[in-house]
Ligand binder design. Structure first.
Ligand SMILES: Cc1cc2nc3c(=O)[nH]c(=O)nc-3n(C[C@H](O)[C@H](O)[C@H](O)COP(=O)(O)OP(=O)(O)OC[C@H]3O[C@@H](n4cnc5c(N)ncnc54)[C@H](O)[C@@H]3O)c2cc1C
Length: 428
């Protein structure tokens, strides 16, 4: 039960300060992106809270898996989490890019990206969340407030005040929290973004995305496939002895596929999957996701910064979305740790501007790249088909073109945030 109930409707400045839990940074949203940022702030001298509406266990239990880039792996290494995560993720050593049944397939090997072994990983939501949640739990300077819902935020000159509602009847959480800086890591609908009147631009795609898991007859040989079909991109990601399929198709086609009986669906799927891995067995439900492109006009405002899907959404082609969010979290952590060392006001727009500049433009580049990829490869106009096939031909044979493409796909482009490992932090 709540010991000191404070109705959310009471203006924050009427609540006595002693009843307000006070932090330097409050992160609203304890998903992978919010927790990456929280981990990056451990040992920095900042007092941090993570406010999450779902119970810890159910936030971790989502049956989702992601293409996890080399750069995300590097960030997790910087956070001291990679040794725990690496044995539980599936590496891919080869990528095959193809245009329908066109024979010119582009193949990428680790050497193309300057790597010895891996080109990326497939990581389950639960694996990433357990590592991040464990690290946050063990950090004395990061408090978990939850399950608790951030209801509204009042921005004053020196503080942001958050009205908090418990996520269930049994949990005891502060009714008001204040911080020098509030982070919106609260997903694509982001109540924090809309509450701060930050506008967005973008569009909903004509496509939806079906996600399912199949067990192929032959081993996937740790290969990730991106097959561009006339209806949209079709990705196959290796995961233990199964493959995760991310199938993008126009809404009507996707909805029709969702309604098919398992055997009929498998038949349709097999046609698109191709026969390179033998026959397929369906081993999970199918799930349908809407697909949109969204970019916030600003990532920062006085006493507010946005990260992850609160700031941007992109087309699932190339599996970039979460990786961009992880990079946001690491970049913002770097900016805040430096600001703390200088004694700057964490919530001042001037303090946050380097994060906004770096990540808004970097993310826009990838949003544009995924959009162009989807449009060019879904286009059946002959001149466009000819140009893209020429592009694939060149990519396979001209090393610099291939290297640019693989750097974008693996996240090895632009400035990578330098996170200080927590061991080094605690020594200072
Ligand atoms: C079909 C599909 C396939 C994808 N595949 C890939 C892939 O292969 N690789 C990849 O990198 N990305 C992929 N993505 C993108 C990826 O799923 C997202 O980018 C990522 O999950 C976003 O993480 P997030 O932490 O920003 O948001 P979320 O995971 O949505 O987390 C937001 C958190 O905020 C909490 N919250 C919300 N409001 C409040 C509130 N008021 N108070 C308290 N808490 C609140 C929520 O409970 C939630 O835990 C894919 C997306 C789709 C749709």
């Amino acid at each position: 039960m709540l010991t000191q109930p404070t109705p959310a409707s009471i203006p924050a400045d009427l609540v006595p300060d002693s009843r307000i839990a006070t932090y330097d940074v409050v992160i609203v949203g304890g998903g992978i992106v919010g927790l990456t940022l929280a981990c990056g702030l451990r040992g920095s001298g900042l007092k941090v809270a993570v406010l999450e509406s779902s119970p810890r266990g159910s936030a971790a239990r989502r049956s989702q898996a992601y293409a996890f880039s080399l750069t995300s792996a590097r960030i997790f290494r910087g956070l001291g989490l990679w040794d725990q995560v690496r044995p539980q993720v599936e590496p891919f050593h080869h990528i095959r890019l193809s245009d329908c049944d066109w024979p010119d397939v582009v193949t990428f090997e680790p050497a193309d990206a300057g790597e010895e072994e891996d080109l990326g990983y497939v990581a389950e939501h639960m694996v990433l969340m357990e590592a991040l949640q464990g690290a946050v739990e063990a950090a004395p300077d990061v408090h978990w407030i939850g399950p608790a819902i951030a209801q509204n935020v009042t921005y004053k000159e020196d503080w942001a005040y958050i009205a908090v509602k418990p996520g269930n009847d049994t949990v005891e959480v502060p009714s008001q929290v204040r911080a020098k800086l509030v982070i919106g890591a609260d997903g694509s609908r982001s109540p924090l973004r809309t509450g701060a009147d930050i506008t967005t631009s973008g569009w909903k795609y004509w496509q939806s995305c079906i996600v399912t898991v199949v067990r192929p007859e032959k081993h996937h040989n740790n290969t990730a496939f991106e097959r561009f079909q006339t209806s949209g991109p079709f990705a196959i990601l290796p995961l233990r002895n199964t493959c995760r399929v991310v199938w993008t198709a126009p809404h009507e086609e996707a909805e029709a596929m969702m309604k098919l009986e398992d055997q009929e669906f498998l038949q349709e799927l097999s046609q698109r999957f191709g026969d390179q891995l033998g026959s397929l067995e369906l081993v999970s439900d199918r799930r349908l996701f809407p697909v949109q492109l969204m970019q916030s006009k600003r990532y920062v405002a006085p006493r507010l910064a946005l990260v992850g899907e609160a700031a941007h959404n992109c087309h699932p082609v190339g599996g970039q979305g979460l990786n961009l969010g992880i990079r946001d979290g690491a970049a913002l952590a770097e900016v805040l740790v430096a600001a703390c060392q200088r004694g700057d006001d964490l919530g001042a727009v001037e303090t946050l501007r380097p994060y906004d500049r770096q990540r808004r433009w970097g993310n826009l580049l990838i949003l544009g790249f995924t959009d162009i990829l989807d449009r060019v490869f879904s286009n059946q106009w002959l001149p466009v088909m000819a140009v893209r096939r020429l592009g694939l031909f060149a990519m396979q044979r001209v090393a610099p073109i291939k290297q640019i493409a693989i750097r974008v796909m693996t996240g090895k482009w632009g400035r990578v945030p330098q996170l200080v490992p927590p061991e080094a932090n605690s020594e200072t």
